[in-house]
Design a binder for this molecule. Structure first.
Ligand code: ATP
Ligand code: MG
Ligand code: MG
Ligand code: MG
Length: 481
């Protein structure tokens, strides 16, 4: 194979090194000492202080591949993972940065050159977006980016993007600026002839995907919400490594690239179930192949599963994988720990921590699997009792909540097992219990320990972000409107 994952990663770094960038290591996936963020979720995290002007970089140009985790806060892709083929919990983000050095002209030219000349991607499959402007902020369309793209591609491949997709902000205040994103159409010719790719960009189509985000930091948002021009302009880019592998390896799913195929082969081997046959089993295999990477890298970086904070999020990711294996692959014994070996072989060369911490990672995952499988068993026997106590075919929602509350037995799993036996449960009753438990916790001043918080429609508050501290998982911050 011409473009192995290894070669794709290295070519990116080499390309920018040849353009005077320092290659720097990935920051740990788990952040210690940053109260605003629990996990690294973008390449720029470790460079934040350069943008804020709190620190001065050694070199004004750097490049790296960053281990990212998007399972909490504003970027939470967990629910998508496994169900789609291009969002992961843990992924690598390739990036290049300019700290007050080059700006749009070079960033756009280099991105285009790398994708089309070095990697040889088909120009006719690429579409780019530029910020369309915004009335509220009195910003014009990002004409500079538009003009730069025009040097390389036809005008009708340069699409307008709105504030949500094409204006990046570090937070409610601070550095921000327009972004320009590159999308690729990987559909086959028939489908390309049928539907214009332009209508699919930013529409969550699995084969028309965003691969690279170029952010041009040129403003500072002040506390009063107004924008001022920054004295120094910066470039912050992030490209999804696994998606790039999909494009270069001619695949239609990240899971069909060599980043994932060895893990999937091992899961097939351990479970005796083939990938790509039954839909639910295929999703389960994707979930496990994805989650083991997130959990293994988190542990290797020092974050053990636990009952609070970041550790609890890691525990829940692992439990999600165990549960998918248990329910859909019939894996009643620990097995995920056996995938660490494969991961270490595959990734150890570039990320030596996964090799050096291998035994610890295996041991921790193995223990977690054993203990959660016991919980699942206890929950199952309580569920049998509940079924025996039920008249008719409808189980009380409160009992399903009890299972969740005392055994950590997830309601979707309960629902699944019930439906296998011709039963269902009262969702309303479950929701009522859940709501009143949340209210009890709130009035007792306790913090929500869920790893995601959803806003109800009737809450007249505007979401502005999440805060994190090590002692808690998440508190949503709201600004009254
Ligand atoms: P998407 O719209 O696909 O969710 P995004 O706009 O949230 O992506 P960015 O924050 O712009 O992503 O991150 C830069 C790049 O990282 C994206 O262009 C994409 O290639 C990649 N990426 C983002 N989220 C994920 C993920 N969960 N798994 C794999 N790659 C991702
Ligand atoms: Mg996203
Ligand atoms: Mg996007
Ligand atoms: Mg993006």
């Amino acid at each position: 194979q011409k473009w192995t994952a290894r070669k794709i990663r290295q070519s990116f770094l080499d390309f920018f090194e040849a353009r005077k960038h320092d290659i720097v290591p990935s920051a740990p996936i788990v952040l210690k000492g940053d109260p605003t963020l629990m996990f690294t979720n973008a390449g720029m995290n470790q460079f934040k202080d350069y943008f804020l002007g709190n620190d001065t970089p050694k070199n004004t140009r750097v490049t790296d591949t960053q281990k990212c985790l998007r399972v909490s806060g504003k970027h939470n892709d967990l629910e998508e993972v496994g169900h789609d083929t291009y969002h992961h919990t843990m992924f690598e983000m390739l990036g290049n940065w300019s700290f007050g050095d080059y700006f749009k002209t070079e960033a756009i030219e280099w991105a285009w050159t790398l994708l089309t000349e070095v990697y040889g991607l088909d120009k006719d499959r690429l579409y780019v977006t530029v910020f369309e402007g915004d009335k509220e902020d009195e910003l014009e369309k990002d004409q500079d980016s538009f003009n730069n793209w025009k040097k390389f591609t036809a005008e009708d491949r340069i699409l307008n993007g709105n504030k949500k997709d094409n204006f990046w902000e570090m937070g409610a205040s601070g550095p921000c600026g327009p972004s320009s994103e590159i999308h690729i159409d990987l559909r086959n010719d028939d489908e390309r002839a049928k539907v214009d790719a332009r209508t699919l960009v930013n529409m969550d189509h699995p084969q028309v995907v965003e691969i690279w985000n170029l952010v041009f930091i040129e403003f500072n948002r002040k506390a009063d919400g107004s924008l001022e021009k920054l004295p120094a302009k910066h470039v912050d880019t992030g490209m999804g490594f696994e998606r790039l592998c999909m494009a270069l390896q001619g695949k239609q799913s990240n899971y069909d690239t060599d980043v994932f195929t060895p893990l999937i082969a091992k899961i097939e081997n351990l479970s005796g179930i083939a990938y790509g046959k039954d839909e639910q089993q295929t999703i389960a295999i994707r979930v496990i192949a994805d989650h083991v990477r997130a959990v293994a890298f988190a542990i290797a970086d020092g974050q053990l599963p636990s009952n609070t904070g970041a550790g609890y999020v890691i525990r829940r990711i692992l439990r999600r994988a165990i549960r998918y294996g248990f329910s859909y692959l019939n894996m009643k014994e620990a097995f995920i720990y056996q995938l660490v070996e494969i991961l270490a072989e595959q990734m150890g060369e570039f990320f030596p921590e996964i090799q050096s911490q291998k035994q610890l990672v295996e041991k921790v995952i193995h223990e977690e699997e054993n203990s959660f499988l016991r919980t699942l068993e206890q929950g199952l026997s309580r569920l049998d009792q509940i079924i025996a106590e039920t008249d008719g075919k409808m189980v009380e929602g409160a009992k399903v909540f009890e299972l969740y509350d005392t055994f950590g037995f997830p309601p979707d799993l309960t629902g699944l097992i019930l439906s296998e036996q011709g039963y269902s449960y009262n969702q309303k009753g479950y929701d009522t219990e859940m709501t009143s438990q949340k209210e009890r916790a709130r009035s007792a001043g306790k913090l929500d320990t869920g790893d995601w918080v959803t806003l109800k429609d009737d809450e007249k508050e505007e979401f502005i972000g999440y805060d994190y501290t090590s002692a808690q998982v998440s508190i949503t911050r709201y600004r009254k409107v």
